[in-house]
Ligand binder design. Structure first.
Ligand SMILES: [Zn+2]
Ligand SMILES: [Zn+2]
Length: 340
């Protein structure tokens, strides 16, 4: 079957950095699954739409190669420190040149691929050359790229260096994620209908945007200190890692604790590479341990951050196994940050 139809390749390029930890990654995972389900119920989409999933954090990886929707299997998404947007853009370009059929082969050429690039953070790699490269390519027909900036910490300016089509979803919750993926699904369906009815090269009207999505307004590049601080900590009781998040208070210049998320040990891999440090006097409050709900935190001499229960004076560090005493408080000290 696939030898005779013209396929519409869709590359979903999803930010899986630490800023996506917790509900956001679960909502995105569900969104992709719902999208695939909806496409499976659409005979025209089953014939034409092929989907690939690329994730990026400290590195980019094609977790699902270009696959027909009936055979698509959703992997469990994991998060990692880092937002390697440049690597993701390079990888999507490589995947397109490998997987998308060009004119002149033994098969019918595929339609121009759609790339859906979702990010909620600030890139941590040297992404600008890759952005310029893919932008030059998309103008001569490599792909139609939709940049989607999710959450208030995403910088739409970055996505505008990649593509002219940049949408913004400021609020991140289960309902906004659901609506975003419904809109993306409908857009793919209308694109496939448009192409199959001979509309290639002609103007296509996408479905109207839900209220939660808007065309990103022109904006300057985000400058200044990062908007969030990410720290890795360990639960003493369960010997499991977790992520602490602090959000910048624009007036005070400090960072307020606002969330913590459990991590899997493998989600820490490669996270210590380019970490910088921050003084604890800049951090306000402590997010509770998501494993045992201890409300406090302490640091071991080895640099590990640990959850601490009230009135606890002594603990054994789950990282270096040293017996430690709680410090007498007062005075900040430096702790190592994750890239987020
Ligand atoms: Zn704990
Ligand atoms: Zn230690």
């Amino acid at each position: 079957m696939s030898d005779y139809v013209r396929r519409l390749p869709v590359y979903i390029v999803l930010d899986c950095s630490e800023s996506m930890a917790g509900p956001a990654i679960a909502d995105a995972q569900r969104g992709v699954l719902d999208m695939i389900d909806a496409l499976r119920g659409d005979p025209m989409a089953i014939e034409t739409i092929y989907v690939s999933l690329i994730t990026f954090s400290s590195y980019a990886k094609q977790v699902v190669p270009l696959t027909e929707v009936l055979a698509f299997q959703m992997p469990r998404l994991t998060i990692r420190s880092g937002t390697a947007l440049g690597s993701a853009l390079q990888l999507v370009k490589q995947c397109i040149s490998k997987e998308v059929r060009q004119r002149g082969g033994e098969f019918k050429a595929d339609y121009k691929p759609i790339v859906i690039l979702l990010t909620d953070g600030e890139p941590t790699d040297n992404w600008e050359p890759a952005a310029q490269d893919i932008r030059r390519g998309s103008s001569v027909g490599i792909a139609n790229i939709y940049g989607i900036a999710v959450g208030e910490d995403a910088d739409p300016w970055v996505l505008k260096q990649v593509t002219d089509i940049v949408l913004q979803m400021k609020e991140m919750n289960s309902e906004t994620w659901r609506k975003l993926f419904i809109w993306l699904t409908q857009s793919m369906q209308s694109t496939s209908t448009h192409l199959q009815s001979g509309g290639e090269g002609q103007e296509l009207n996408l479905p109207s945007l839900p209220d939660e999505l808007e065309v990103a307004a022109p904006s300057a590049r985000h400058q200044g200190p990062p908007r969030q601080v990410f720290l890795h900590a360990w639960c003493q009781k369960r010997n499991l890692p977790y992520l602490m998040r602090f959000r910048r208070d624009e007036y005070g210049g400090t960072y307020q604790a606002f969330a913590s998320h459990p991590l899997q040990p493998e989600e820490l891999e490669g996270s210590m590479g380019e970490a910088s440090s921050i003084n604890t006097s800049q951090l306000m409050g402590v997010p509770e341990c998501p494993h045992c709900h201890a409300p406090g935190a302490g640091a071991c001499e080895c640099g590990a951050i640990l959850c601490v229960s009230p009135n606890q004076m002594r603990f054994v560090c789950p990282r270096c196994h040293q017996q430690c005493e709680m410090g007498g408080g007062g005075g900040g000290f430096d702790v190592r940050q994750s890239q987020g």
